[in-house]
Design a protein around this ligand. Sequence first.
Ligand code: ADP
Ligand code: GLC
Length: 484
Amino acid sequence: MSLAICLLAAEVAPLSKTGGLADVAGALAKYLTGAGHDVRLFTPLYASIDRARFPVQPVDELQHVPLQIGPHHYVFSVGTTRLPGSEARVYLIDCPVLYGRPVIYTTDPDEHLRFLAFTRAVLAACQRMGWPPQILHCNDWHTAFGPLFVKALLAGDPLFARTRSVLTIHNIGYQGIFSSAAIADLELGPKSYLLHQDDLRTGKINPLRHGILYADAITTVSPTHASEICTDQYGMGLQDSLRMRGEALTGILNGVDYQVWDPRIDRYLPQHYGADTLSIKAGLKSAFIERLGLSLPVTTPLAGMVSRLAAQKGIELMFESLPQVLEWRDLGFVALGSGEPQYERFLAELERRFPERVVFRRGYDDELSHWIEAACDMFLMPSLYEPCGLNQMYSLRYGTVPIVRRTGGLADSVEGYDPDSRAGTGIVFSDFDSEALEWALNTALDLHAQPEEWRQIVRNGMAKDFSWERQGEKYVAIYRQLAA
Ligand code: ADP
Ligand code: GLC
């Protein structure tokens, strides 16, 4: 039986993206639509969305809809477009005063309102379309008030009488906390007792916490991370609420959109390769080295990194270990990313110190991120925490050996290589310290120096399948359980 599923995401690839949430929202919508469900994926119509590439058709019954959020009045319209390569439809909430800004996320004082309004606009759009979603699937803090709104604000609306909600936590490090002075923006009135009272007493409202408290099902993006977030070490202050809702919490590893991330068809690569044509990968590496202006023989191992430069990503572990390894061993390194100044400074300094072997590209560059996956030999992800992580799974498919810390989805998708059994797909270390990363880098370089071993790891990784065909069904199983 097909399900009516309303998906809400603050970013959707390829329309708008700062990280993995976008990849997952787009790919899950594609998978569910392909599986025959009635999926409506909502996201804000940001100014940065390329209207020429994604032509937006207005939805007739959803033009100039008034929206009252506490004391604030907005007017929104909705347009639709299709995700490339699929029948999946995206509904874009157009409200220029909220989303017509140069970046997707801001530090503006109305940031909480931008996403409260988005969530409320989606619910209002369902009402206007007369479309009763069986599942309201919210993602991250931005839309985490969805479940409570359905329970408290829409309790009397028959359209939502059978709606069940799911919250997926992609990143528990971002909770969207705002001041309790803005409590009126929630419009809960006499139902304000439903808010988390301890937080209120400290002057705060935490959207993600309310998603955890009120969603009918909670998921996060890997089984290991689902256990981790119930601990004091990884719960980021929400561990008590998560433990309380323990039975509703599951971990589902993200899938990979192999239409986009596969070296056999990658749209950015001039030549394609698979496990039996690795010489083409070597050719791409040599072209890439030239393009980057590095002076490296093609036999020198090249490590890559594509990352938001945030504390989560464990960049600080490289501060000592990477210069040390570059000093002593034959290695090239290319990093792409932007974020916190201390990490950008470190990478810029590394490039200055090893100009012939290190390149740091500051910024966001989709094409370059695909090239790094294809042309490098190894890929670095020493994360402090990683709910799932996508680049290690992309790396596996591209024959680029991931070097990861054993946490979250990294632990669930990369197995440390064991030379005795010749099983395993990457290099995995446990401790969050530079010695451990240095060990991992040296281990990778030692293995790279043994071509037979290296070929084996590469092949093991390329044979792995993290497609949405496998992972998507797990969401459907949860939806069906809730809808029953
Ligand atoms: P997170 O969501 O925590 O950033 P993920 O590994 O799940 O981590 O997803 C990151 C996604 O964003 C990947 O698709 C990656 O290629 C992409 N990405 C991150 N930084 C950049 C960048 N600077 N340029 C291009 N793509 C990037
Ligand atoms: C995040 C997490 C990342 C995950 C992504 C998509 O922002 O940091 O680990 O892969 O969301 O679920």
